[in-house]
Write a protein that binds this ligand. Structure first.
Ligand code: SF4
Length: 198
């Protein structure tokens, strides 16, 4: 029988493995912008700590390009078993969210394009976005968006949950406004959009 202590020990062990993988990636990094964020995302994916699909949602060629550019000595490693690719409707949804993010990227480094695709793929999970991406907390997700997509960070002045914010923005920009209330302050779903995300 698995006890709570066993589960805690297993989780701690998994986190340790993830930390070792992240450390190996960082040790092989080239000092480019977003190396640390990408190392965390790749390590979590490799260790089964995220919901990200095949090739981080980038496709095999772009994933190989990411690894060759940021972690050249590591190669295009992949988890075993490899997670499945997204279905066509989900890939379309990922593309819509990624396109939105790319419109607001800093424009400082090519890695922002990969980050947009990866975050958009994480939005297809069911948990909090930072958890589904395998990040260490909401603060790390906010820092990622602040660094790579600063205009989005500025637009989210009320600190809405990131997945909610991205989809709301997408609806506003494409003319499909899905919220039921005229304003957030009058909405019964307020806590779902703005509440704590632990
Ligand atoms: S609080 Fe209500 S109105 Fe505001 S974004 Fe959420 S669902 Fe929409």
């Amino acid at each position: 029988m698995t006890t709570v202590a066993d589960q805690a020990a297993a989780q701690a062990a998994a986190e340790e493995v993830g930390a070792a993988t992240r450390g190996a990636l960082l040790g092989a990094s080239r000092g480019l912008p977003n190396d640390a964020r990408l190392a965390q995302l790749v390590a979590a994916w490799l260790e089964g700590g995220s919901v990200l699909p095949a090739w981080l949602g980038l496709g095999a060629e772009e994933y190989a390009a990411l690894m060759a550019r940021h972690f050249p000595r590591i190669g295009a490693v992949a988890p075993e078993p490899h997670p499945p690719a997204l279905s066509i409707p989900l890939a379309d949804e990922q593309g819509d969210v990624a396109d939105l993010m790319i419109r607001y990227r800093r424009g400082a480094d090519r890695s922002e394009l990969w980050l947009a695709q990866i975050v958009a793929a994480g939005c297809l999970g069911r948990e909090h976005l930072w958890r589904d991406l395998g990040l260490t907390g909401r603060a790390e997700l906010s820092a990622l968006i602040c660094d790579a997509f600063p205009a989005l960070r500025a637009l989210n002045a009320r600190d809405m949950k990131w997945k909610k914010f991205l989809y709301r923005r997408l609806c506003e920009e494409t003319g499909l406004y899905t919220c039921r209330a005229p304003s957030c302050d009058a909405c019964s779903d307020f806590h779902d959009c703005f509440g704590p995300e632990a």
